[in-house]
Design a protein around this ligand. Structure first.
Ligand code: SF4
Length: 194
């Protein structure tokens, strides 16, 4: 993590946040109904993707390009009318991603937060990122494999989960300093399929 990314002063208003300097960058964004069911989602395409899926359809996102994704950027991109912010990527630095998720959680309490990860499973993602993953509302996992298709294909290897502590479906768990953290949720991939 960038050493100056911790220069933050939490307060009640956005103005009390000092800018978080990060290495995370984004290429572009769009507001869409297509990625998260039943949500109007601001999707932010993050660069420096370390996954390198063989069949990647957006190989420019592998590069270290784009504008820095900071809390100030988020404040500028988040518009009235959206119900969810989705980080499309962010697997290159989970500490910085966590800081941005926490910012949204504190400053935009009515918004849901989603992560489209290229990792193989929620278990792998949890082991790499840490317990904060539980604070997300939606998690998509699975690299893109052309032969199986994307989330809208019935044959897809990818899964989209709605995270819920009330779900009986266990997605992942880890033990940190003697405390077990679980991620539970419902598989809602079918909602994206015709
Ligand atoms: S997760 Fe896979 S498909 Fe998505 S940008 Fe990275 S390499 Fe490409």
């Amino acid at each position: 993590m960038n050493s100056i990314s911790l220069q933050r002063s939490f307060g009640r208003s956005k103005e009390k946040y000092r800018r978080i300097e990060t290495n995370m960058k984004y290429w572009n964004y769009q507001i869409t109904f297509a990625e998260i069911p039943d949500e109007i989602t601001l999707c932010i395409n993050i660069t420096n993707c370390p996954i390198h899926c063989v069949d990647c359809h957006s190989k420019h996102l592998w590069k270290d390009i784009g504008e820095e994704l900071t809390t100030q950027t988020l404040t500028r991109l988040i518009k009235p009318g959206i119900s969810c912010v989705c980080f499309m990527g962010g697997d290159n630095d989970y500490d910085e991603l966590r800081e941005l998720v926490e910012f949204i959680r504190k400053e935009y309490t009515d918004l849901k937060v989603a992560l489209y990860s290229g990792r193989d499973s929620v278990q792998q993602l949890l082991e790499l990122s840490g317990p904060w993953l539980n604070s997300l509302d939606y998690i998509k996992v699975g690299p893109y494999k052309k032969e199986y298709g994307g989330l809208d294909h019935h044959t897809t290897n990818q899964r989209l989960y709605e995270i819920s502590k009330f779900s009986s479906l266990s997605l992942a768990s880890i033990v940190v300093k003697g405390v077990r953290y679980r991620v539970t949720g419902n598989d809602i991939t079918y909602k994206l399929q015709k």
